[in-house]
Write a protein of this length. Structure first.
Length: 244
């Protein structure tokens, strides 16, 4: 049962990506996200022209991003196998995963608050819109630290067969580095470093989706190896019990 539950939690990675992306498509965030240099009238129009679709899509996206929590939980379970008696990195990864789950969820709620009253003062709608997008894309420290912790744990894994392949550790470090340009969104309202630009919005979404699928695959493979090892141990023990 525990192994099945780990597989279920691993599937939360792809579910998160698919559900969130469908929500963003319904709301109009994708394929072209709202721009950082949109005028107040354009911001209000985004929320007011199709309010039901925007609200429903953002609600679905909020549900989707919440699935990162079970994925992070099962990653920590597998990291416990790497660390043994002093699982500092496992606990740190779980804590950072919880922080990232909040940082993904809260901006979706802010966007839906902006959509709740499209007839309010445009300046307030713009403020909520700006706060939501900057909160969603720029607080990169927890994301990067989480990738570094996972990558370091994998590369320092000294268990006999290794829980995750070593390339998974290097991939986590590389993906973490891809989030660095997002902090520049505070300084640009247009171009590739604005929140809607390629180095912030598209890098963030693309590489986080890659990470979710990567860890889904890695956890599934690790659990399968774990099950095979447990069956081997049981097969070796049973004849001894019979002989006694």
């Amino acid at each position: 049962m525990a192994n099945r539950l780990q597989i279920v939690c691993a599937w939360a990675g792809p579910v998160m990506v698919v559900v969130a992306f469908i929500g963003w498509l319904i709301s109009g965030v994708l394929p072209i996200p709202p721009a950082a240099n949109d005028s107040p009238a354009e911001v209000v129009a985004f929320y007011g022209e199709h309010p039901t679709a925007v609200r429903a899509g953002l609600l679905l996206a909020a549900i989707g991003v919440s699935f990162v929590a079970p994925l992070c939980a099962v990653i920590s379970v597998q990291m416990l196998r790497m660390e043994g008696a002093v699982p500092i990195l496992s606990f740190l990864q779980l804590l950072l995963g919880a922080v990232t789950a909040v940082m993904l969820l809260v901006p979706m709620l802010f966007l839906n608050i902006a959509a709740f009253r499209p007839d309010r003062n445009p300046e307030l709608t713009v403020m909520l819109n700006d706060a939501a997008w900057l909160m969603f894309l720029t607080p990169i420290a927890p994301f990067i630290l989480q990738n570094v912790v996972i990558g370091y744990a994998v590369l320092e894994d000294r268990t006999a067969r290794g829980v995750f392949p070593r390339w998974v550790g290097f991939a986590n470090l590389w993906i973490g580095f891809m989030f660095v340009p997002a902090c520049l969104a505070y300084f640009f309202t247009s171009g590739p470093f604005a929140w809607h630009g390629i180095f912030v919005f598209w890098f963030g979404l693309t590489f986080y989706a890659v990470w979710a699928f990567l860890m889904w695959w890695a956890v599934r493979q690790a659990v399968r190896k774990q099950i095979a090892t447990e069956r081997t141990v049981v097969t070796k023990v049973e004849p001894e019990v019979v002989s006694t």
